[in-house]
Write a protein that binds this ligand. Structure first.
Ligand code: HSE
Length: 438
């Protein structure tokens, strides 16, 4: 069979990694795909830049349209990222009958419904394994490996930069900014690193995971998102004393009332495997009704780990080139006409446990006032730590863990606690998940 010709848009970290992996492993890849896969063209903004890859044999151009309009190219690999004109290029490539492989999570999360509709209309594939959790084949695992299950929930560390920052802060006491700068230098962080730190990148990925897990349309705007910038060293230490680790999780859970979609720092029991996923590594626990809990672990960012997922998609597309579009794996795991509009819950209706840290005056009755407010809101306490006041200090920290409660009850209780004269400042609240079989 004649080789499959591929054009790559973008030769940055992931683009460079993809060229290197495809060239280095060309023989193994051809044995798997049943034919050679060659990158014949690539585009880059600055053609004179020093690159991590060898571009020998590849025609370079500054204009992506040279690739999109080349009749020889069968697969366009988009590794530029972001929206705007990139979305137009992808739609144009689909319009031209090209299959598309992309690592662009924001584009899929925000515009995937439109992009998949266009791909279906043209009978071509859009593959996006590299958009979620870097090198972990989580899309394939959920979409194909777990196709016999009803997915009940999933919870994942799906931003490598955030996990790298939390790990370095905990293990080495390093400063937030210092670790973030290192993540940027290593090519892990987004162009705008607030996307990593404030949970937007994780929310893009959770949008995609929830859609393929539950068969719902992509709904980025319905995700509750909270970043890691409020997490203090004190919280990390108290959590550890209570037997927990703080991780930035994306959680999607089907409940009888609707679907919870949330990204936030989370206390998880330290005995869970996922609590011990450190550095830039990602991990996702997926619970299916038949299989139970499954865990997927691996590097969530970086040149070659992400290229590993991109190349796997290219191989998948190469194998499916001659297949009937009707019989391919659906983009979002479920047949497009079977996607269902299950209600996505408002955060008020989330059900979870909580860690609360408050600073109070050291007086009789303070703890009683706090526990009375919690009881009035039907909130049960699971554990409590009250630290003695330091010499010359009149304020003491109280740390509480609660049982599962409705978020709106917790919000009301926190407001009432903060209104007490004896409580100083804000209550620091972090959600807690046991990740048991519920
Ligand atoms: N900025 C992302 C991360 C890159 O740190 O996980 C991979 O999507």
């Amino acid at each position: 069979m004649k080789p499959v010709k591929v054009g790559v848009l973008g030769l940055g970290t992931v683009g460079g990694g993809t060229v290197n992996v495809l060239k280095r492993n060309a023989a193994e890849i051809a044995r798997r795909a049943g034919r050679e896969i060659i990158i014949t063209r690539a585009s880059a903004k600055d053609l004179n830049k020093v690159r991590i890859c060898d571009t020998e044999g590849i025609i370079l151009s500054a204009d992506p349209m040279d690739i999109i309009n080349d009749p020889e190219i069968e697969i366009v690999v988009e590794l530029i990222g972001g929206g705007g004109v990139v979305k137009d290029w992808i739609l144009k490539a689909l319009e031209n009958g090209k299959h598309v492989v992309t690592a662009n999570k924001s584009l899929i999360a925000l515009h995937g419904n439109e992009i998949f509709a266009k791909a279906s209309e043209k009978g071509v594939i859009v593959a996006f394994e590299a958009a979620v959790a870097g090198g972990i084949p989580i899309i394939k695992a959920i979409r194909e490996g777990l196709a016999g299950n009803e997915i009940e929930w999933l919870a994942g560390i799906i931003n490598g930069t955030g996990n790298f920052i939390l790990t370095e802060m905990r293990d080495k006491g390093r400063d937030f900014d210092d670790v973030l700068a290192e993540a940027q230098a290593l090519g892990y962080a987004e162009a705008d690193p607030t996307f990593d730190v404030e949970g937007i990148d994780a929310a893009h990925k959770l949008t995609i995971l929830a859609s393929i897990a539950f068969g719902i349309p992509l709904q980025f705007d319905k995700i509750y998102t909270e970043g890691i910038s409020r997490i203090t060293r004190l919280d990390v230490e108290y959590a550890e004393r209570l037997g927990y680790r703080i991780k930035h999780l994306g959680i999607a859970r089907k409940t009888p009332e609707g679907i919870e979609l949330r990204v936030h720092p989370t206390l998880i029991p330290e005995r869970r495997l996922i609590a011990n996923v450190n550095g830039v590594m990602n991990a996702i626990v997926v619970r299916g009704d038949a299989v139970g809990n499954t865990l997927y672990y691996g590097p969530g960012a970086g040149a070659e780990p992400t290229a590993s997922a991109v190349v796997a998609d290219i191989v998948d597309v190469a194998r499916a080139l001659t297949s009937d579009p009707e019989n391919r794996v659906p983009h979002l795991a479920f047949q497009a006409e079977s996607l269902s509009d299950i209600l996505v819950l408002h955060p008020d209706n989330f059900k979870t446990s909580y860690y609360l840290r408050l600073c109070t005056e050291d007086k009789p009755g303070v703890l009683a006032d706090v526990t009375r407010i919690l009881a009035d809101h039907n909130i049960s306490i699971e554990a409590i730590i009250q630290k003695e006041a330091l010499p010359d200090e009149t304020l003491i920290p109280i740390i509480l863990l609660t049982q599962i409660t409705l978020e709106k009850e917790m919000n009301a209780a926190i407001a009432a606690i903060e209104a007490l004269d004896t409580v100083n400042g804000k209550v620091n609240r972090i959600r807690l998940e046991t990740l048991e079989n519920k």
